[in-house]
Design a protein around this ligand. Sequence first.
Ligand code: FPP
Ligand code: MG
Length: 652
Amino acid sequence: MTATSPLISLVAEALVGVPDAAPDEAELRLADAVATVTEGLLGARAHAIDLALPAPAVRGHLFRPLAALAGARVTGAEPDGQLWLAALAIQLAHEASLLHDDVIDGAALRRGDPTVVGREGVARALVEGDHLLTAAYRIAAETGSAAFMRLFAVSVERTVAGEKQQATARGSAVDWERYRDIVGGKSGELFACALAASAALSGGAQDRLRRLGRQLGSIYQMVDDFLDYCPATDTGKPALGDYRSGLWTWIRLEAPSLRADLAEADVRRTLFRPLGGDSPMRAALTRLRGEMDAVASDLEALGPDGGIVATLFDAWHNRAAEAAWREERALADAEAATRIQALSGSRALADAADWRSYFAEHGRTFRLAARLFPPEARDRVAAVYAFCRLTDDLVDQQADLSPEVRHRLLDAWRDAAWEAYDHGHTGIPLLDVAMGDMAAHDVPFRYAADLIAGARMDLGSVAFQTTDDLRLYTYRVASVVGLWLTELFGVHDAAVLDRAAAMGHAMQLTNILRDVSEVLARGRLYLPASLLHARGLTPAVLDALRRTDTPIPSAYAGVCEELMELAERQYAYAFEALPALPGFFRRPVAVAARAYAGIHDAVRRNGYDNLRRRAYTSLPQKVMLGAQGLRDLYAARQQRALDGLRGIITAS
Ligand code: FPP
Ligand code: MG
């Protein structure tokens, strides 16, 4: 391979698209082939110009000339001037067919440019096409090969016949057999001619190469037909052209439920939404891959082509797969926007009174703490709570949506939140109030973004390997809430914030320990695998235990104890900062934290059986615990006063 040729790097750049992306081995091989083909065609074109024939610039993907080169390699022939004349004849016939095709389709655009028919009218386009076609025949004759002339004439005639068959069928449904006849003719025949050209020129056997070439061209057409249904991809042609003009392609066979005359969004929904398995277009991609593999391996059996056909297939398949991915994203975006729209009218988002009741209904432990807030602060906390809760619900309570759509929903939610933070108005009252308050009090937006990232972690199958992995999760779903509220109430000191994060960590650990059985029942587990493995346990063992009434093994009690002790150290650390919080905030936090930490005692009282039962603290217990929290708070303030005194004494 001559990877240093400037032509190759130019072609590689054109193929790969991004100049500084390093092309891989296969792309370079293809670039090498394109360079060879371009050089060959330029030589043949000079010959055509000598004959005063029309010879359009050598451009486009040159797939048919590439097939001619692949065919030569398969037959072991050295590509020569004769082959390039044959390839140029095929390319010109192809260009002629497109000029005529645009007349038939009334197309205004091709490859992103205005068509001849669009620019200069039907008569001009027809006569230009005729001239290219007749020139193609003269160039084919220049090969001096009667066998090639015969092959070429048959292929062009079959191409036109395929197009005629398509015209007859337009507006009505066709089956697979008819579809294959049409595309095998209109698109397959020139590829067949190209792949068999070298064999014809050398007097060799053409049949198998012709058959494979016809399949190769049909697959190319199938990709083109696939892309017609991908409006989010720029194909240089108007989107949904086949669909709108009643041209029945294989996509209609893959998606029989697609009705006529649907709006673009409905076409997308029908084709790209998975319904208990692959979407019709994903199934279509699988079929394409299968057909490509079959043709590539049949060709391989005839002889090596230097990877041209396999690389072309990969490039075509990637193009279709990327287009499908773009449609799936567009679909998910649209569905996410609809959901957000629906949410914006839901009661939880309508006004402050709703957030308060939402807060009261949902947070049983926090309800107690909330009573300790003065009304104005309570409303602000309720807005933060409602934001957190809704973020969580976007993941948990939309079971009808695929994970992809739920990801997009979270994206849309984050974008809307940022819009509210940055501009202060989205029309979604909760966001406008909660984010507006955040921005007005210099609370970084990243807390909201991190919280959404935490909800995202719940979308996959949750499985934390280490305590650090779990820590990232508890940071995102809980510590940021502590940080957010602390800064919202005007405290921006780093030491206090570190402790606020610890409070969130501790509370989330408690929450995880309380809810193991509930979460396991949903197929999830937040306990880090490393802690389980260290004591000879696995998630599967816990799941099995959950379904029996065998006593809780001491190894499992050990895991819970280890996590509870970790949480308790975090609570103790967090409590150090309570005196630094504003008075109205200090008390509810102390009460909520102590009441929450009290759940550990309930887990211990239950013999660590959080696999089958939820640890429960009664209201009187909560009140007692809350009172304990206030005493802790008092003690922490005393300690701080003492520390301050010590500081003064040491300093003096
Ligand atoms: C493009 O496919 C068109 C063809 C593959 C063949 C067109 C053939 C004729 C018009 C018959 C005349 C032939 C000659 C040789 C003069 P498409 O229509 O599916 O794709 P498009 O979306 O690019 O139009
Ligand atoms: Mg067409």
